[in-house]
Design a protein. Structure first.
Length: 339
């Protein structure tokens, strides 16, 4: 009941600020009815795990068609499909409509990335490493327990405010089904995801995120929660990012409690504008209730940047997994084009 009271207050506040904002319109800007985009990401990987078949393969990791636009002032949309899913059949990724009633607030509805976790939240073409960290894949990607694409269907309220020259505030609150992308809701309660962040001296970002909801992983409703804290530093040549995440899936009639947690930290440096090197360490404990199942990895990265969206990248992952004694290292060569 408290969740729906909060949602009702947000809606009333939005309608009120929208009405007030009508008298404070900024200068009109040119609208864009339709703009097309295309992304392709291909890779070659070699895994030296003993007796692995196949040990090497070529992959088409993304083949995305994107349509965006702003048909009227303060109203925008985004639609994206992918033709490189595991079976190479068309897959719907996201579609949303966003309304900006006032300068400091936007409302988005549809299917899109939920505001939890910093590593995979940017578009794929801006990721610093080809594979996300173990904790991002195990917690963030599976949010709602039945997820898988970092996306869900719902409504998001977001905004930001510069409190001073050196301090800014950002917030996001999403109410969603909690069943992941391309899936209908399977229970009555809605899931809540939120983020609160602060920008300090223009290049340091700190923040925290939360998720509270329910899901039906095995026809038995389960309470779920997840929390995270993050730090980002972005300069022209140097970037640093670290994040700690934990989750809890309560026990039910058919399963014990599951409590994964983990972290990652990485840094990148551009020796010249077109060449960037990076290193990341990440760690995951899939369940604190089970011993000897930790996973960790060091990832080395080197990229040649044609521009902000187009690049050739090499990743080399030095892996350790307590549950797979013979796991080897992974080499990946990636080519990326986006227009």
């Amino acid at each position: 009941m408290q969740k729906f009271t909060l949602l009702f207050i947000i809606i009333i506040f939005t309608l009120f600020t929208s009405a007030v904002g009508q008298d404070k319109k900024e200068d009109k800007k040119e609208t864009i009815p339709l703009k097309w985009g295309v992304w392709t990401v291909s890779s070659f990987s070699w895994d030296d795990t003993e007796n692995l078949t196949p040990s090497s393969q070529f992959s088409l990791n993304a083949a995305r068609l994107i349509a965006t636009g702003e048909p009227v002032e303060n109203v925008s949309y985004h639609v994206m499909g992918d033709f490189a899913s595991p079976n190479y059949s068309p897959r719907f990724m996201q579609a949303w409509v966003e309304y900006k009633p006032i300068k400091y607030l936007s409302i988005r509805g549809g299917q899109f990335k939920y505001p939890f976790g910093a590593e995979a939240y940017p578009a794929l073409i801006y990721w610093k490493f080809f594979n996300t960290s173990y904790v991002t894949a195990d917690i963030v990607k599976k949010l709602g327990y039945t997820g898988g694409l970092f996306r869900d269907v719902g409504v998001q309220f977001a905004g930001g405010y510069d409190m001073s020259k050196d301090l800014g505030l950002t917030f996001k609150l999403m109410v969603m089904n909690g069943t992941g992308a391309n899936a209908k809701d399977n229970n009555s309660p809605k899931d809540f995801v939120g983020f609160l962040g602060f920008k300090i001296i223009n290049f340091i970002d700190v923040g925290g995120s939360f998720y509270i909801g329910k899901s039906l992983p095995d026809s038995n409703e389960v309470d779920e929660s997840a929390y995270g804290v993050q730090l980002k530093v972005n300069k022209e040549k140097f970037s640093f990012q670290a994040e700690y995440l934990l989750a809890k899936y309560d026990a039910n009639a058919t399963r014990n409690e599951v409590s994964p947690s983990g972290y990652y930290a990485y840094g990148t440096y551009k020796v010249i504008p077109t060449i960037e090197f990076g290193i990341r360490y990440d760690f995951l404990d899939p369940d604190k209730n089970i011993d000897n199942n930790d996973k960790s990895r060091v990832t080395l990265s080197a990229s040649y940047l044609f521009n902000k969206k187009n690049r050739i990248m090499i990743n080399y992952e030095i892996r350790k997994d307590d549950s797979i004694s013979n796991i080897g290292n992974l080499f990946t060569l990636i080519g990326q084009v986006a227009i």
